[in-house]
Design a protein around this ligand. Structure first.
Ligand SMILES: NC(=O)c1ccc[n+]([C@@H]2O[C@H](COP(=O)([O-])OP(=O)(O)OC[C@H]3O[C@@H](n4cnc5c(N)ncnc54)[C@H](O)[C@@H]3O)[C@@H](O)[C@H]2O)c1
Ligand SMILES: O=P(O)(O)OC[C@H](O)CO
Length: 346
């Protein structure tokens, strides 16, 4: 059994700490908000992010990063993408041994257009970084922490490290972990599905039905696969847990913050009001900006992303964005992906 630090005491960090504690590990969860950490230590509950879940006694909260990572070899990085660099810089300062960093966040950094594993490699000195592993897939904290059956994927450039993380998290009762060596595909699928979930929430908010949602999910997956393939992902990854799997759960679950934010936008609320209301991270907003920039840079057609970008940042109404998608020039369903795959073969 291992001593493991979880950095980020939000919904996902707390739920993953819960799984690790269930698996017999000594879990140290670090957060920057004293009242959350006090609640975990004194009441065994994270009232703000995971209310109603009794946390195991073997899970201890820390506000000192130095103390949380003392004697630890594996660190789970579970903060929103926006906070990743800041937390890594603090980690770099206090780390005394090479760490395996398991990141579980779903985003791409706007402007640098880096995936999170690339940000980790950029911020951590090689002497303090053993391996980078990604844990991703269709998984809502609310269900995992109630021990409901969930499947995810562990991915790394070093498959031994991915398998080690598979063993740390795998729980025969409710948490099944697969492996996949396609780091790019796993990270791109996990990040970009949030864009489509925002769009699915918007069409639901506008009062459109299941046909519209099925269209968005299917054509959304096509544009995720187009961009992912250009970036070097294995297109098959997008038919797996971190592709279609995560797209399904995020577009259809009431737990999804991205779907809920989209739903409010579709009902006519302003973005700022929606984000204030949520009180938790809605990764899809920044990821839309990053994916829009990637689409421009690599000249990849991403009409749903582009329409959502206009709703979020150019004050285009949700209804006008749907109309613009429906009136696009006619096309062949598989044309673009077929071209990209053809180019990769040649
Ligand atoms: N919630 C889920 O079910 C779920 C599932 C899979 C993946 N994820 C991903 O996990 C990541 C984290 O999401 P979450 O659901 O835990 O978010 P959350 O909004 O529930 O919690 C975020 C946590 O990060 C903390 N935080 C923010 N900025 C910080 C900083 N600078 N330093 C330290 N802590 C900081 C907040 O205080 C909060 O505790 C996201 O990328 C999300 O997409 C979430
Ligand atoms: O609640 P969301 O929309 O951030 O989604 C959480 C997870 O990524 C679902 O797999």
């Amino acid at each position: 059994m291992e001593k493991i630090a979880v950095l980020g005491a939000g919904s996902w960090g707390t739920a993953l700490g819960f799984v690790l504690a269930d698996n017999g590990h000594d879990v140290r969860i670090w957060g920057h908000r004293q009242e959350i950490i006090d609640g975990i230590n004194e009441m065994h509950e994270n009232k703000k992010y995971l209310p109603g879940v009794e946390l195991p006694m073997t899970m201890r909260g820390y506000t000192s990063l130095e103390e949380a990572i003392l004697g630890v070899e594996t660190v789970i990085l579970a903060v929103p993408t926006k906070a990743i660099r800041e937390v890594l810089q603090s980690l770099e300062e206090v780390a005394t041994n090479p760490l395996t960093i398991v990141h579980v966040s779903k985003g791409i950094e706007p402007d640098t257009l880096l995936r999170i594993s690339e940000m980790i490699e950029q911020e951590m000195e090689p002497a303090k970084l053993q391996d980078v592993v990604i844990l991703s897939g269709p998984s809502h904290a609310e269900e995992v922490s109630r021990r409901q059956p969930t499947t995810v994927t562990s991915s790394s450039k070093n498959m031994k490290a991915a398998e080690k993380v598979q063993d740390l998290f795998n729980n025969h009762q409710y948490f099944r972990v697969y492996t996949n060596p396609d780091v790019i595909g796993v990270e791109i699928g996990g990040a970009l599905k949030n864009i489509i979930a925002l769009a699915a929430g918007i069409t639901d908010g506008l009062g459109y039905g299941d046909n519209a949602k099925a269209a968005l999910m299917t054509r959304g997956l096509a544009e995720i696969a187009r961009l992912g393939s250009v970036l070097g992902a294995n297109p098959l990854t997008f038919s797996g847990l971190t592709g279609i799997g995560d797209l399904i759960v995020t577009c259809t679950s009431v737990h999804s913050r991205n779907w809920r934010a989209g739903n409010m936008l579709g009902k006519g609320h302003k973005l700022e009001e929606v984000l204030d209301n949520m009180g938790m991270v809605v990764e899809g907003v920044r990821t839309t900006k990053a994916a829009y920039q990637l689409a421009e840079k690599y000249d990849v057609k991403m009409p749903i992303t582009q329409a959502l970008y206009d709703v979020l940042f150019n004050d285009v109404s949700a209804k006008a964005a749907v109309d613009s998608l429906m009136s696009r020039t006619k096309t062949h369903e598989m044309e673009d992906l077929a071209n990209i795959l053809g180019e990769r073969k040649n």
